[in-house]
Design a binder for this molecule. Structure first.
Ligand code: HEC
Ligand code: HEC
Length: 191
């Protein structure tokens, strides 16, 4: 027979365990989001997810210490492909230029739609944006993950051409972090 004392020690131990599990899951979810945000805010991604001035960014080690807007007065305008002035495809081909500082390329080279702005946004704002189907292209989080897994502009982030540092870790690691974060309730950091 178990004594009352050992029974209550056992019970309090179980209570501690029960309380510890959700806290640990919260930590895991927060750590996964931190890694996801490191990628989303990286120059290879944020240079295209730009604000209402519609100007792609040149930022990252390849472009010097100070982030700046795209050279040559390039402006994507509301079309986000430069329809009013010079189309992105005038210089950006389907593959990367093999020459350092030559234009990078992918199947279709175009700015992300304005509601998907990440440039100058906080981690919390980016997190809330990708969860908001009104601003993320009408996607469920499952569809957001699918986009990350299959889109060729996302994939370009890990093969950006000579001289450009790739996005952190690997695309598969990003997909795994997104799956974990969604499984744990997709919490956003407090503002
Ligand atoms: C006149 C040619 C030209 C046009 C037009 C042009 N680009 Fe570029 N773009 C370049 C070149 C060249 C580079 C690479 C510069 C370097 O590596 O120093 C570049 C780099 C970029 C980068 C940086 C990628 C990175 O993270 O390293 C982005 C983003 C970009 N362009 C987007 C666009 C978009 C979107 C359009 C259309 C609205 C566009 N560009 C139109 C020539 C052009
Ligand atoms: C050349 C420009 C360009 C680059 C570089 C780029 N994106 Fe995008 N991104 C887009 C466009 C365009 C869309 C809209 C596509 C759509 O809705 O079908 C988009 C949409 C997305 C979405 C859809 C959901 C949302 O709300 O944002 C995700 C997620 C995303 N990009 C992730 C990334 C990641 C991660 C990287 C870097 C590894 C990256 N993108 C680099 C242009 C770019």
């Amino acid at each position: 027979m178990m004594s009352t004392l050992s029974r209550s020690i056992l019970a309090s131990g179980l209570l501690v365990l029960a309380a510890a599990t959700p806290a640990r899951a919260q930590d895991d979810a927060a750590a996964a989001w931190t890694r996801i945000h490191e990628v989303f805010s990286h120059p290879r991604c944020a240079n295209c997810h730009v604000p209402a001035d519609n100007r792609p960014r040149w930022s990252g080690a390849n472009y010097g210490a100070t982030p700046r807007v795209h050279g040559m007065n390039v402006n994507g305008d509301e079309s986000r492909i430069g329809a009013r002035t010079m189309m992105c495809g005038t210089c950006h081909a389907k593959t990367n230029s093999p020459v350092p500082h030559g234009p990078p390329g992918a199947e279709v080279w175009v700015l992300a739609p304005l509601p998907m702005q990440w440039w100058d946004r906080t981690s919390t704002q980016i997190c809330e944006q990708i969860k908001d189907s009104k601003r993320n292209g009408g996607r469920t989080l499952e569809r957001v993950i699918e986009h990350v897994d299959r889109d060729n502009l996302v994939a370009w982030g890990w093969s950006p051409g000579p001289g450009r540092e790739p996005a952190p870790r690997t695309k598969d690691a990003l997909v795994a972090d997104l799956r974990l974060w969604v499984k744990l309730g997709a919490p956003c950091p407090k503002p």
